[in-house]
Design a protein around this ligand. Structure first.
Ligand SMILES: NC(=O)c1ccc[n+]([C@@H]2O[C@H](COP(=O)([O-])OP(=O)(O)OC[C@H]3O[C@@H](n4cnc5c(N)ncnc54)[C@H](O)[C@@H]3O)[C@@H](O)[C@H]2O)c1
Length: 467
C-alpha cells in the first residue's frame, strides 16, 4: 500500500504541475486528446469488445451500441463543438449597472477524479473523461475492480494514446479509492451505488470539493395498455391487473426472438458480473414468496453465471427483489387496479434515475411530469435519453446529483466564472456612507429599476419614496 500511496502522490503532483503549466487550457491540447480518444477506441475496438465479453459476457454489437460507438460519438461531439463551447458568453446586464459589462467564462476546475462502475466499464470511464478533458482539466480515472479486464485494458491503452502527464489511470478497488479520496481534488465525478456515493460525498466534503454523483436505483416503467403495445426491457413494470397476463404473453415470444429457445447458448445475453452477484440473485429468487411469483424462466447456472430471462408477477412489495437493484435479466411486474395509481407508487419510492411510460394518455403524461420527480422521463421508449447527448443525463435525490453528456459534460467539469467590467467614470455617492434618507431612497428606486423616479429624485423633484 505504501507504494500505491507514493504513486498516487506522484501522479497528483504531476497532474497539478501540468494543470498549473496552462497546457490543458489550450483548445489545441484538448482537441488533440479528444482526437486521441477516438483513435484509441477505433484502433482497439476488438480488444475492447473482448474485455467486455470477458468481464460481462456482452455481445460485441451491444458493446458497440452502449460503449465503444457511444464513446466515439461523445468524443466527436466534444471535438466538433469545443470551439463554440469555450467562447465566453456576454450577459445582458440591466440598465442599473450601466456602463458596466458582464460575461461568463468557463474555467476548468483543475485536477479531477473519475470513479466508475462495472456495468458499462468503458463508457462510464471514458465519457466523463471526455467532459473533463474538453473543459481543460487534468484527470485521474479509477475504473471498477469488478470489471478487471476492462480496467486493465484502459490502464494499458490510455497512457499510450493520451498525454501521460495530464491523464492517468489507476487500477484497484475500494482500498485504492479510499487512498484517492484522502487527497484534495478539484472535482470528483462518481458513478456507482447510493451507498458508496455517500462515502464519496463525505470525503469530498472534507475539502469542499464539488461532486457529481451518477447513482443507481430502480427505474419504473409504466405500461398503459389503453394506448400501447410494444416490446421492451425494463427495471420493473407497473401495469393494470386486467392487462398483466396479456403482457406476459406478449413478453414470452419477444424473449424467445431475442435469445432463442436456449438463451444460455445464444451469445446475446450478458452474464452476471461476479459469483457474489450471482449468489445474491439466487438468494433473492429463492425467497419462497418471490419464487412463487415466477411466471416465466427462473433457471440458473452458477458455473456459467447465467440467469434465464425471468418474469415475476406481483412479488411481495417488501421483498428485496422489488426494492434493491437487480443487475440480472429479472423483470418484476407489479399490478395496480388503475394505471393512475402508478403515480402514487412511484412517489412512495426514492426518486428514480428515469421513469419510462408507454402511454398516449396526455393526462397521465402531465401527471407523471408534474407529480413525480426523477432524473428524466421518457415516453414510449426506453434508454434513448441516455444516448441523446442534447439532453442532460443525471439523477435527483437518491439517484444522484449533477448531470453530463454533450455540452452538459463540458459544463459539469467547468466553473462558470462571472466577469464584470465596471467603469471608473460613474460611481454614485449613494453607494457609500455617510447614510441619509436621500441615499436610502436612491437605493430603493435603483433596486426597483425605477429610472424615471430616480431622475426625479436626483433633480430634487420628489422626496418621498413608497416602501
Ligand atoms: N447513474 C448512472 O449513470 C449509473 C450507471 C451505471 C451504474 N450506476 C449505478 O452503479 C451501481 C453499480 O455499480 P458498482 O457496483 O460498481 O457500484 P459501487 O458503488 O460499488 O462502486 C463504484 C465505484 O466505487 C468504488 N468503491 C467501492 N467501494 C468503495 C469505497 N468503500 N470507498 C470508495 N470507493 C469505493 C468502486 O471501486 C467503483 O470504482 C448501481 O447502483 C448502479 O445503478 C449508475
Amino acid at each position: 500500500m505504501e507504494a500505491v500511496k507514493e504513486t498516487v502522490d506522484q501522479s497528483l503532483r504531476e497532474m497539478r504541475d501540468t494543470f498549473a503549466s496552462g497546457r490543458t487550457r489550450s483548445v489545441k491540447w484538448r482537441k488533440a486528446q479528444l482526437g486521441a480518444i477516438i483513435e484509441m477506441v477505433k484502433d482497439n475496438e476488438e480488444k475492447m469488445s473482448d474485455v467486455l465479453f470477458q468481464d460481462l459476457g456482452k455481445h460485441s454489437t451491444e458493446a458497440f451500441r452502449d460503449e465503444l460507438g457511444f464513446v466515439m460519438r461523445s468524443a466527436t461531439t466534444a471535438l466538433n463543438c469545443l470551439d463554440k463551447w469555450v467562447v465566453p458568453r456576454n450577459s445582458n446586464l440591466p440598465l442599473l449597472f450601466y456602463p458596466a459589462t458582464g460575461k461568463v467564462i468557463s474555467e476548468p476546475y483543475g485536477t479531477v477524479l473519475v470513479l466508475s462502475s462495472w456495468n458499462f466499464p468503458i463508457s462510464l470511464s471514458l465519457d466523463p473523461m471526455i467532459g473533463a478533458i474538453a473543459a481543460g482539466n487534468t484527470v485521474l480515472l479509477k475504473a471498477s475492480e469488478l470489471s478487471p479486464n476492462a480496467s486493465a485494458l484502459l490502464a494499458k491503452l490510455i497512457p499510450s494514446y493520451l498525454d501521460t502527464k495530464a491523464i492517468k489511470v489507476i487500477e484497484g478497488g475500494p482500498d485504492i479509492a479510499t487512498i484517492l479520496l484522502q487527497h484534495q481534488w478539484d472535482k470528483i465525478f462518481f458513478t456507482g451505488s447510493p451507498k458508496i456515493g455517500k462515502i464519496i460525498m463525505a470525503a469530498a466534503a472534507e475539502h469542499l470539493t464539488p461532486v457529481t454523483l451518477e447513482l443507481g436505483g430502480k427505474c419504473p416503467t409504466i405500461i398503459d395498455h389503453h394506448s400501447v403495445s410494444k416490446d421492451m426491457k425494463a427495471y420493473y413494470v407497473l401495469v393494470e391487473q386486467s392487462f398483466a397476463s396479456t403482457l406476459i404473453d406478449m413478453f414470452k415470444p419477444v424473449i424467445r426472438s431475442f435469445f432463442g429457445e436456449n438463451p444460455k447458448e445464444s451469445g446475446c445475453l450478458a452474464k452476471i458480473v461476479t459469483k457474489k452477484h450471482f449468489q445474491r440473485l439466487s438468494r433473492l429468487l429463492n425467497d419462497p414468496r418471490v419464487k412463487a411469483s415466477i411466471v416465466y424462466g427462473g433457471s440458473m447456472d452458477e458455473e456459467k453465471l447465467y440467469v434465464e430471462p425471468t418474469i415475476l408477477l406481483d412479488p411481495p412489495l417488501d421483498s428485496e427483489i422489488v426494492n434493491e437493484e437487480i443487475f440480472g435479466p429479472i423483470l418484476p411486474i407489479i399490478t395496480l387496479r388503475d394505471i393512475q395509481e402508478s403515480i402514487g407508487f412511484i412517489k412512495s419510492k426514492p426518486k428514480p434515475l428515469a421513469i419510462y411510460a408507454f402511454t398516449k394518455d396526455e393526462n397521465l403524461k402531465t401527471r407523471i411530469l408534474s407529480e413525480t420527480s426523477s432524473g428524466s422521463v421518457t415516453f414510449n421508449d426506453l434508454m434513448i435519453q441516455y444516448m441523446c447527448d442534447a439532453l442532460p443525463f443525471g439523477g435527483v435525490g437518491q439517484s444522484g446529483m449533477g448531470r453530463y453528456h454533450g455540452k452538459y459534460s463540458f459544463e459539469c467539469f467547468s466553473h462558470e466564472k462571472a466577469i464584470m467590467e465596471g467603469s471608473l467614470a460613474m460611481d454614485p455617492e449613494a453607494r457609500y456612507p455617510p447614510w441619509n434618507n436621500f441615499k436610502l431612497n436612491f437605493i430603493r428606486l435603483a433596486f426597483r429599476e425605477a429610472y424615471f423616479k430616480l431622475v426625479l429624485l436626483m433633480l430634487g423633484l420628489t422626496k418621498g419614496v413608497r416602501k
